[in-house]
Design a protein around this ligand. Structure first.
Ligand SMILES: C[S@@+](CC[C@H](N)C(=O)[O-])C[C@H]1O[C@@H](n2cnc3c(N)ncnc32)[C@H](O)[C@@H]1O
Length: 270
C-alpha cells in the first residue's frame, strides 16, 4: 500500500481520518480540527487508517478485513516497560553506541516515531529532545507522554522528565540550534525500505507507521545535518541487513536483528 504522507510528514487527507467511539465525538472533532483531517465513521473502510481517541488514549487503527490491533504510545506497559526493567541497562547496544557513561549526556532523537528509543535513552540517564515531523505521530506521542506523566511515580516520573517532545522537522531543528543547545549525540532511526525476507522481522507498530509515513528517503540529509550539530557523534539505527547510510561510518554495534552505526561529527575528531 502506498504511504499516505510525503516527506513533510503531512498526511494525505484521503487516506487517514479521525473517528469517534460512542461519546467521544467532541474529542474527535477537536483532534480532526487540530490535525486538519476529515472526520469519518468507525466502520468507514474508505480510509486505510483511522485515528481514534479511545479508552483514554489515541489509537491508530488499520481499517478493512483482519486488521492488526491498534497502535498507541505506551510508556508504562508492554515492551517499553519490559525494556526499562529488564533491558540490560548500560550493557545494551544502544547505550554503548550512544556512549552512555563515556560523556554523553544529551541526545537529540531526530526520528522520534513512537518514542520507544527516546524513552530507552532517557532510562539510561540521557536528557532527550525527541523530534517528530509527522503531525499524527507527534499527537500520539504527546498523548502517550501526557498519560504516562499523569500515572507514573518515582523513578519513571524522573525518566519522563528527561524527555522533551518537539513536533518539527529535525533538519530545521538541527540547523537552528545555538552553540549552547547542541546535543552530545544525534540519534537517527529512519524508516527504510523493507524487502520480503525482512518483512516478518518488522514489528506490527512499524508496519502500521509505514502505512502512514512511508520510507524516510531523506535520511542521508538528516545524517549530514546531525554531523554538523552533534558534539560527539551521530548514531544511526538500521535493520541488520540494511545498507550503511553514507560512506564513512566509523563503528558498528551489531545485534541479532538490528545494528547501530556511529559517525564522527564534522565538528570534532570524536
Ligand atoms: C522508524 S521511525 C522511528 C521509531 C523510533 N525510533 C521509536 O523508537 O519508536 C522513524 C520516524 O522518524 C520520523 N522522521 C523521519 N525523518 C524526520 C525528520 N527529518 N524530522 C523529524 N522526524 C522525522 C518519521 O516520521 C518516523 O516517525
Amino acid at each position: 500500500m502506498p504511504a499516505v504522507c510525503g516527506q513533510s510528514g503531512q498526511p494525505d487527507p484521503q487516506a487517514i481520518a479521525v473517528a469517534a467511539e460512542a461519546g467521544g465525538i467532541e474529542k474527535a472533532e477537536q483532534l480532526a480540527c487540530e490535525l486538519q483531517l476529515p472526520l469519518a465513521a468507525l466502520d468507514d473502510a474508505s480510509f486505510p487508517l483511522l485515528l481514534v481517541p479511545a479508552k483514554g488514549r489515541l489509537e491508530l487503527r488499520v481499517t478493512g478485513r483482519h486488521p492488526p490491533g491498534p497502535v498507541y504510545v505506551d510508556f508504562l506497559g508492554g515492551a517499553v516497560d519490559y525494556r526499562r526493567r529488564r533491558g540490560g541497562g548500560r550493557r545494551q547496544l544502544i547505550a554503548r553506541a550512544v556512549g552512555v557513561g563515556q560523556g554523553t549526556e544529551t541526545v537529540l532523537d531526530a526520528t522520534a516515531g513512537l518514542g520507544r528509543d527516546a524513552f530507552a535513552l532517557a532510562c539510561l540517564g540521557c536528557v532527550v529532545t525527541a523530534v517528530e515531523r509527522s503531525p499524527v505521530l507527534a499527537a500520539m506521542l504527546r498523548d502517550g507522554l501526557a498519560r504516562a506523566r499523569a500515572e507514573a511515580t518515582g523513578d519513571v516520573q524522573v525518566i519522563l522528565d528527561r524527555i522533551t517532545l518537539l513536533h518539527a522537522d529535525s533538519r530545521a531543528v538541527l540547523a537552528s540550534l545555538g552553540e549552547s543547545d547542541k546535543p552530545d549525540v544525534v540519534y537517527v532511526d529512519p524508516m527504510y525500505p523493507v524487502d520480503e525476507k525482512q518483512s516478518a522481522l518488522v514489528k506490527k507498530e512499524m508496519r502500521v507507521c509505514r502505512m502512514l509515513i512511508g520510507d524516510d528517503e531523506d535520511a542521508d540529509v538528516l545524517l549530514s545535518a546531525g554531523r554538523q550539530a552533534a558534539r560527539r557523534r551521530v548514531v544511526v539505527k538500521r535493520q541488520i541487513h540494511a545498507a550503511v547510510l553514507g560512506s564513512d561510518c566509523d563503528a558498528q554495534y551489531v545485534g541479532r536483528r538490528i545494528r547501530y552505526d556511529t559517525y564522527h561529527t564534522h565538528r570534532s575528531t570524536k
